[in-house]
Unconditional design. Structure first.
Length: 186
């Protein structure tokens, strides 16, 4: 059991969704003057919501990518709200979008200082080149995530597909650092 509780913050959830039909992006642009659509620069339309604060890319193929959500639930809410908005202005959307979480990025604070030099030797699947990057990169197998560990005890977790994977990874690395005396508390 770890001595200090880690604090975890989900920073961004990226979800993809498919409407299984084509969408006329020019029609969306006409109905929503606030959207961004410059097909000569990027094939997708950017549909921003204030609540939840997200940006959803909509492609003519009917595929969507939602970014900026702070939870899986919020990502789903954003995609459903965008779909509802499209329907509201007469853009026909048949069926419900199928949603898939692609990536969850979270930050965490472990509450102590980490000896990165020793940690690089203790953990498998790590990369630590302080001249290139100040953090240690650890590829965890279970759950399958990538952790960036910093001497300050701060860390970033990326690659998770479920929020519970983030918490599991943080808890697992924290416990391992404590067991091997690689983290120090003031």
């Amino acid at each position: 059991m770890t001595r200090v509780k880690a604090s975890v913050n989900v920073e961004n959830v990226v979800a993809s969704a498919a409407l299984d039909q084509r969408i006329d992006l020019y029609a969306v642009m006409k109905e929503f003057p606030g959207v961004e659509y410059r097909p000569e620069q990027f094939p997708g339309l950017v549909f921003r919501l204030k609540r939840p604060k997200t940006a959803t890319l909509i492609f003519a193929s009917g595929k969507m990518v939602c970014t900026g959500a702070k939870s899986e639930k919020e990502a789903k809410r954003a995609v459903m709200k965008v779909t509802k908005e499209l329907r509201r202005v007469g853009i026909v959307v048949s069926g419900k979008p199928t949603l898939k979480i692609q990536n969850i990025v979270a930050s965490a604070s472990l509450g102590g200082m980490i000896d990165l030099e020793r940690t690089a030797y203790a953990l498998e699947k790590t990369m630590y080149e302080p001249e290139q990057f100040p953090g240690l990169i650890h590829r965890m197998s279970e759950p399958k995530v990538v952790l960036l560990l910093f001497a300050s005890g701060k860390m970033v977790c990326t690659g998770a597909r479920k929020e519970e994977d983030v918490y599991q990874a943080v808890s697992k690395i924290h416990q391992r650092l404590e067991e091997e005396d690689l983290i120090y508390y003031e």
